[in-house]
Design a protein around this ligand. Structure first.
Ligand code: P6P
Length: 351
């Protein structure tokens, strides 16, 4: 009788059909260098992980704001002259604390504070971080989407950071992203050359998990996003564009649908994923526009261009603007390449 074959000492295991990378954590994605350079360096990885920690902590506050009576206003106003909601203050404190606890970040610039915050003993830090800790605070009390916007810049030399270190063109950002506190919390980030990636927060494990790898903005969309309430203040070229985009023309897919949430992070996120165009132009009330160059327009321009979209003032590429002041405002139009192009043609008087 044939002897029974020896049982193998170890069982061979074949993985289930290879899964996509969806579901891996943000930290794994960064550590495995899938974010592209300079993510591969340990210090840069530490900065991105600090951002992730800050986003998790802010999420916890945002999700319980309604219960923790954080919806009230502090009664103070910030550098922008805006009423500061408690969540603004909380989010700002959280980001200052997490970045102040890691020496890789030399200093931060935040919408909530007039001057930069240079962390003592961080002079040798290689990075600077700009952020709007809680964008869309006017939407907090009605539970509409709000967000956090951030950008990471390099810092040269070992001397203490100065305000001038932040006056870098947006094209010199080493990373940019945002956190959208919507029906779920999603962190979207790019280092510019290796795609734009979205990570959705799973509160049961306390991790951001890859959910949208390599987001690409459609070349052309079918929605436009602008505060029509400002129409009486627009310049003629914006008014002509606005009438054109609402006109009836089957061939070019007009009229476009109108969408406006009033939180840049939410309006820009929808435009990034679905295409179309978002605009906050200069007008008679805000002659240089309302949105801030360093920590609103630049990060989103960096993200849209990395996803194949476009971002400008209507006349000049946002990422080429030389900053001259920490809180300077710029007109902003961003979205699908073709839709921003059409807007720019109106600004140049070609239509
Ligand atoms: P308006 C929110 O206050 C914000 O700074 C951006 O998030 C948003 O895009 C814009 O202002 C909305 O401004 O004048 O339309 O309310």
């Amino acid at each position: 009788m044939a002897s029974t074959p020896e049982k193998p000492a170890t069982l061979s295991w074949t993985p289930p059909t290879p899964r996509s990378r969806v579901g891996i954590t943000l930290e794994t994605y960064i550590l495995d260098g899938m974010m592209g350079s300079p993510a591969a360096t340990g210090t840069f990885t530490s900065v991105l992980n600090t951002l992730s920690l800050g986003a998790k902590l802010i999420t916890a506050h945002v999700r319980r704001a309604g219960l923790a009576n954080l919806l009230g206003l502090t009664g103070q106003t910030n550098i922008q002259g805006e009423q500061v909601a408690k969540l603004d203050e909380e989010a700002n404190e959280i980001l200052l604390t997490v970045f102040g606890s890691r020496h890789h970040c030399a200093a931060v610039a935040t919408e909530e504070m007039e001057q930069i915050v240079a962390f003592p003993k961080h002079d040798k830090g290689k990075y600077l971080v700009v952020f709007d800790p809680l964008d869309g605070s006017s939407n907090i009390d009605c539970n509409a989407s709000i967000g956090t916007i951030f950008g990471v810049l390099r810092k040269a030399g070992d001397q203490a950071a100065t305000e001038g270190d932040f006056f870098q063109k947006g094209r010199d950002l080493v990373a940019a992203g945002y956190v959208l506190y919507g029906s779920s919390t999603m962190l979207v980030i790019t280092t510019g050359k290796s795609g734009v990636h979205g990570f959705t927060y799973d509160p049961t494990v306390g991790e951001f998990l890859l959910s949208h790898e390599n987001i690409r903005t459609p070349q052309k969309g079918n929605t436009y996003s602008i505060n029509e309430g400002n129409a009486s203040r627009w310049t003629d070229d914006v008014t002509r564009w606005n009438q054109w985009i609402k006109g009836e023309d089957k061939e070019s897919g007009r009229p476009y649908g109108q969408r406006y949430i009033g939180t840049l992070v939410a309006d820009a996120h929808r435009t990034l994923l679905k295409g179309g165009v978002f605009a906050y132009p200069a007008d008679k009330k805000s002659p240089t526009g309302k949105l801030r160059l360093l920590y609103e327009a630049n990060p989103f321009a960096f993200i849209l261009e990395a996803a194949g979209g476009k971002a400008s003032t209507g006349r000049e590429r946002i990422l080429d603007i030389q900053p001259t002041a920490l809180h300077q405002r710029v007109p902003l139009v961003l979205g699908s390449y073709e839709d921003v192009d059409a807007y720019e043609q109106f600004m140049r008087g070609e239509r």
